[in-house]
Design a protein around this ligand. Sequence first.
Ligand code: OGA
Ligand code: MN
Length: 287
Amino acid sequence: MSIRVKRLHPLIGAEVTGVNLSEPIKQDTLASLKAAWEEYGVISFPGQLITDEQQVVFSRNFGDLEIFPQADNRSAQIPEIFRITNVAADDQIRPINTSSALYSTLIWVWHTDSSYRPVPSKGAVLNAIEVVKNGGDTLFANMYAAYEQMPSALKNRITGLKARHSFLYSRTLRKLPPLEQPVADTLPPVDHPLVRHHPDGRKSLYVSATYMEQIIGLSKRESQQLIHELMTWATQDRFVYRHRWQPHDVLMWDNRWTIHVVTPFNHGVERRVMHRTTITGSEPVRG
Ligand code: OGA
Ligand code: MN
């Protein structure tokens, strides 16, 4: 049986049915999934009951997997599983003023995953295990469109500019204590161009507010203003697909030309448990 692909938004997102992610994927199906991932940026697979092990096996079809730097957020059994959740390992909701609870709200800021790495991730797979009723939607924006439709004055201002991305900076957004030095030492800031050139010649905006500490060569103030202006431009409704989660949805997205954010929810009350695998990038961000 071949897969069915249904577009979800004019610019980004499709739903894929007719494949069981808990089983080995046949070569021709895999080729169709890669093509859909490439074309739509975000693909949603409703009704997939998969274990962490099966998620890892499925994700490896698309590349090697990253290990998230903070041990707290990884599954104790399978380090490739990054737990994005307000529920602690003891299965209780984290009290909202703890560092780990505050950390879990950083996904409420627009970003592309692991832009703090010298070679950021290519994409991610997210398994929705427990979802909330109010809020907790995930929004995805198309950065090809955001760049293509950008007024030329703004395009000219950002041509050739780079931004500094930093994992340690992201923690300051929630005033979290610094990481232990040995972990911090593995995460030096990196500079990436604001305009990303893809191998096929297309260009997209490369922005990630969670990690973007400053624009190189601008003052702190100018830098914050430009970051704000770019994020406001990039996240306009017309570029955005909103995913309203059902339990057992699995989503995968491309981190090279899409960005995402989670809408706030009552994180001291409603449980939200998502497991992510992250596919390593194969090339640096080229300007
Ligand atoms: C992520 C993330 C989205 C979500 O997995 O990278 O930002 O819906 N989370 O939890
Ligand atoms: Mn993310």
